[in-house]
Structure formats: structure tokens, C-alpha cells
Design a protein around this ligand. Structure first.
Ligand code: SF4
Length: 228
């Protein structure tokens, strides 16, 4: 498999925030978000190699129940992902897969943490023109989101940069069979100050809409550091 890192930390985002978890970060992504906080898996992917068997052994070595498979986009490597999840599941692990929800495969997982991308994610630089097109074409796949919602326990975590983004979430929620309790709004940013600025108004939006608020706990604790 192409991967970038394996580490033990606390889940920093979404419904399971604070839960000690082993993260397996796959490499390569089909999108190119403007604000991607793991450019080493997307814009400039490291693509280290590991066999499924070695990844499994490295993960279980920590002796931790909760495993988070993230990226990059894990579903790009769907065959390997399927085998890895089967092996982890057989060992009794709780598996969360963090995905941009543009590719589906029937894997064994306890929670699908979708992060469908809003228009705020589109790259803006002229030198990224080619990626702008691809990104905008690929970033939202409602049929894939519906499949995940139909078959798995899910959350839909939206990265919010601006108050205008909320309208996009409201529009999307009308097109999808998604209860508001499953929708999570998370402030965009890798610096505590930026997150705190957005947090001020985003918590009020959550109180109004009934959507869940997600902090970025790992940034609060460790800052913008790899392996956390
Ligand atoms: S989908 Fe995730 S990994 Fe891919 S470019 Fe966007 S933020 Fe980065």
C-alpha cells in the first residue's frame, strides 16, 4: 500500500474526539484541496510502500482498540483497504475510515467519517488550473455519499472557512437523507488563532441548526505537527 505514517494519538475531530486511537495514514488523493493540511499525501505525496500484512502488524503492535484509517484518500486503494479492514475487524478493532466520500467500496468498518468538500476547497492559484477542473468535477459525489449513508454508521464532517459555506451545507442536506445529528461542522485552519476566530461564530451556527461542532483537538494540544 502507499502510505505516509502510522502513529498513536487522540482522535482530534468528529464524534470520537478524545478517543485514544492508532492512525494509519494512506498516501495519494484524487482531490487537491486548497487548504489541505496533509499535502504530503495529496499535492506532494510521499507514497511510501508497505504490505497489507506489515501495515496490520504495525497497527496492532500498539494494542489499542480504536483504529483510524485516513489519508490522502484511503478508498483509492480499495482492494488493499478491504483486506486490511477484514483483518483488523477479525481482531475486534473499532475501525473509523476518514474519506472524502468520492469513492465507494464495501469494507468492514464501524464508522465512515465522510468529509465531502465544499467549494471553499477548490485550489485558486493559476498554476493549479488543471487541478481546479479535476477537483471541481470530483469533489462531490452524492451517489457515493448516499451509498455510505445507506450501509454504514456515518458522520458528515464539513470543513468551514466562511459563514457563506453554511448555505452550501444546508443545500446539500436537502439533497441527502442525512439526519442533522450526523452533520459535523469543523473550523478550517492549522493555527489555533484561525480556528478560534472561526469557532466564535461556528458554535452559534451549530446552536441554531442542531449540527454538531467539532474542534481540532490535536491542533490545540500539539499544534500543526505530523504524527499527532
Ligand atoms: S481530500 Fe483530504 S487529503 Fe485530499 S486534498 Fe482534500 S484535505 Fe487533502
Amino acid at each position: 500500500m502507499k502510505y505516509s505514517e502510522i502513529f498513536y494519538t487522540l482522535q482530534g475531530e468528529g464524534r470520537l474526539v478524545g478517543v485514544p486511537s492508532v492512525f494509519f495514514r494512506t498516501s495519494t488523493c484524487n482531490l487537491r484541496c486548497l487548504w489541505c493540511d496533509t499535502a504530503y499525501t495529496s499535492w506532494t505525496p510521499e507514497n511510501k510502500d508497505i504490505t497489507v500484512s506489515d501495515a496490520f502488524n504495525a497497527i496492532i503492535k500498539f494494542g489499542v482498540k480504536h483504529v483510524v484509517i485516513t489519508g490522502g484518500e484511503p478508498f483509492i486503494q480499495k482492494e488493499e483497504l478491504t483486506i486490511l479492514c477484514e483483518k483488523l475487524s477479525a481482531k475486534g478493532h473499532h475501525i473509523t475510515i476518514e474519506t472524502n466520500a468520492t469513492i465507494f467500496a464495501p469494507v468492514s468498518a464501524n464508522l465512515i467519517s465522510m468529509s465531502p468538500k465544499l467549494s471553499n476547497s477548490t485550489p485558486t492559484s493559476l498554476k493549479d488550473k488543471q487541478w481546479q477542473k479535476v477537483h471541481n468535477r470530483e469533489r462531490l459525489k452524492l451517489d457515493v455519499i448516499r451509498l455510505f449513508l445507506d450501509k454504514y454508521d456515518c458522520q458528515a464532517k464539513f470543513v468551514i472557512s466562511d459563514i457563506q459555506d453554511i448555505q452550501e451545507v444546508l443545500e446539500l442536506s436537502k439533497q441527502l437523507p442525512i439526519p442533522k445529528e450526523m452533520i459535523v461542522l469543523m473550523p478550517q485552519g492549522t493555527q489555533i488563532n484561525d480556528i478560534e476566530e472561526r469557532q466564535k461564530w461556528l458554535v452559534e451556527v451549530c446552536k441554531e441548526t442542531g449540527y454538531r461542532y467539532s474542534p481540532r483537538l490535536h491542533i490545540n494540544i500539539w499544534g500543526d505537527k505530523r504524527g499527532t
